[in-house]
Design a protein around this ligand. Structure first.
Ligand code: COA
Length: 248
């Protein structure tokens, strides 16, 4: 699969976002690789839990800003909606998914991590939403952010003025577990193995039950995408895109 690696360790599959030269930015190819891979893993009976990690220096730098700066605004809007649909599909799949965050989880990378059932982070990892500083509203995932940290704190994180580390991410409930003193992947694998050892059906039932409580997420993502598209016409956003295209 393009930009995605899979490795099986006993009953846990490790899915690696493998685009380190772009800091695992979510472009359309990586996104289709991820979507196809998760669909495949959800059908494999030997896989009872999944760990998602990033290759190279970090977990994921968010939406691919080069694709986001292209001229075809409809294509960008579609990509936003697809990223939202992908991260919303994680709680809907019956197998537990654990994020292993090292380095950075920014923008859509933060949204991807917090959509997993369990989030393990290194204390030094850099968390944040840079979208507002680029000129636009984060285009998906804000409902999950609210579910994890509450509305007021979610709004503060969405402003993105103060990126924070993994220790703070756990303290505020954005992430679940600190890797303290252990490689993040080892810690994530340890938790994934515990989930994998539980009765599969009952684990799936827990996921299904809780997913029913977050029914508004899709509607809120459609709204966020619409607002994003309007923000993307602002002078600040147009400047961001020009500079990402290498123009003055
Ligand atoms: N989309 C597309 N390309 C990205 C990217 C993104 N979100 N983030 C990083 N890259 C690319 C850079 O453009 C650079 O490519 P180039 O060498 O062809 O120019 C390459 O990845 C390395 O980036 P660099 O900034 O040198 O890496 P770093 O290790 O010093 O810093 C980050 C890593 C993630 C902290 C930094 O790249 C960053 O802040 N990225 C933007 C994050 C962001 O704003 N995300 C929100 C998107 S809506």
């Amino acid at each position: 699969m393009h930009y995605v690696q899979i490795e099986q360790r006993e009953s846990v599959a490790i899915l690696t976002l493998d685009r380190p030269e772009r800091r695992n930015a979510l472009g359309s190819e990586l996104l289709s690789g991820l979507t196809a891979t998760l669909a495949q893993l959800s059908n494999e009976t030997a896989v009872r839990a999944i760990v998602i990690q990033g290759a190279g220096k970090g977990f994921c730098a968010g939406a691919d800003l080069k694709e986001f700066s292209g001229d075809d605004r409809d294509a960008v809007s579609r990509l936003n909606l697809e990223m939202g649909a992908f991260v919303r599909s994680i709680p809907l799949m019956s197998k537990p998914v654990v994020a292993a965050v090292d380095g950075f989880a920014l923008g859509g990378g933060l949204m991807l991590a917090i959509s997993c059932d369990l989030v393990v982070t290194s204390p030094q990892a850099r968390w944040g939403l840079p979208e507002v500083s680029l000129g636009w509203l984060p285009g998906f995932g804000l409902s999950t952010l609210v579910d994890r940290v509450g509305l007021v704190r979610a709004r503060r994180i969405a402003f993105g003025a103060e990126p924070f580390d993994g220790t703070e991410a756990v303290a505020i409930g954005l992430a679940d577990i600190l890797s303290n003193g252990q490689p993040v992947l080892d810690k994530a694998l340890c938790h994934a193995q515990k989930l994998a050892a539980l009765p599969t059906r009952a684990v799936g039932s827990v996921k299904h039950y809780f997913s029913l409580m977050t029914r508004n997420a899709e509607v809120m993502d459609v709204l966020a995408n619409r607002v994003y598209a309007q923000d993307a016409e602002s002078p600040e956003a147009l400047d961001t895109m020009r500079s990402r295209r290498g123009e003055k």
